[in-house]
Design a protein around this ligand. Structure first.
Ligand code: SF4
Length: 287
């Protein structure tokens, strides 16, 4: 049996940096506070809690003498101003690619367009993007796009982790609804790379393993992309979830992981698969 590991499996640079900052601040200040989970992965959140990075629901729960970390997915202007007013020590770990989306949607609004975000309702990143402008419309699927009324002018951005296929389908519908449509493709390049790799791998391999939490939209999307191309695709959160029966008569196993999956979990899952398949060789990286 052979293992092929997607080269960009796991943390994107935005999440990697935010986690690094959380560890650094906890070490420097004993504690750091985060509004909501820094990444959608229970293991990472638990490990961070052990070193003093605490999750809170509101700014009021943050002690004045401790830093508050703004996560990679972006934070609403309202929370920024509130934290400024309270003179909290803000540590900004917003991913620069998310900031770019904020700038793009503000520009579309300035152009007098109806702003539209293609993204998941209620997702932190989408909430942060929507809060940059006055009356955005959020569309997550083609059915919602079909319900839109006709309009003269609109500008569209996407959540950074959207699947290009979903975006293309929605844009096709919007083209029939909007006279003057401007689309800015803000799917970030780590997501694009990760999606391209899993699509190719799922076609090449007998079995696909996607590592990621079921609370991570990004990991679930990877699983969906793999399943559409290979019915022997499974999502696991850790090595314990692997089922030995999946590996019967399998020669090539492909592995990828969502942007919120830490390296340690990828390593432990890969190690267990090596044991199951009795593999001595290093896994091949798929670029
Ligand atoms: S998924 Fe993309 S935009 Fe989001 S944090 Fe990672 S690199 Fe940044």
């Amino acid at each position: 049996m052979k293992i092929i590991l997607a080269k960009d499996a796991g943390y994107c640079f935005g999440v990697r940096e935010a986690v690094k900052v959380a560890y650094r601040e906890s070490e420097n200040h004993g504690e750091v506070y985060m509004l909501g989970h820094i990444v959608h992965n229970e293991t990472v959140v638990e490990d961070l809690e052990k070193v003093g990075a605490k999750v809170v629901e509101t700014l009021e729960q943050v002690p004045k003498d401790r830093p508050v970390l703004f996560r990679a997915h972006g934070t609403t202007p309202e929370i920024w101003s509130k934290a400024d007013e309270e003179k909290l020590n803000i540590v900004d770990a917003t991913c620069p690619l998310v900031t770019e989306i904020h700038e793009e949607i503000k520009q579309l609004e300035k152009e007098g367009r109806q702003t539209i975000i293609i993204g998941d309702h209620g997702h932190d990143e989408v909430i942060g993007i929507a809060a940059q402008v006055d009356y955005p419309i959020i569309i997550s699927n083609i059915e919602e796009a079909k319900e839109l009324k006709k309009m003269k002018s609109a500008g569209v951005v996407t959540q950074s982790t959207q699947m290009i296929e979903n975006v293309q389908d929605i844009i096709k519908v919007l083209m029939t609804k909007v006279f003057d449509l401007r689309f800015v493709n803000t799917i970030c390049y780590p997501t694009r790379r990760n999606h391209e790799q899993i699509k190719a791998l799922a076609e090449k391999c007998d079995l696909m393993i996607v590592i990621g939490s079921f609370t991570s939209a990004n990991s679930k999307r990877l699983t969906q992309l793999a399943l559409e191309r290979n019915s022997k695709s499974y999502q696991v959160t850790c090595a314990k979830d692997l089922n030995i029966d999946w590996f019967k008569e399998v020669e090539v196993v492909g592995i990828s992981a969502g942007a919120s999956t830490p390296d340690s979990i990828i390593t432990s899952v890969t190690e267990k698969i090596r044991k199951i398949g009795n593999i001595n060789k290093e896994e091949v990286l798929y670029d």
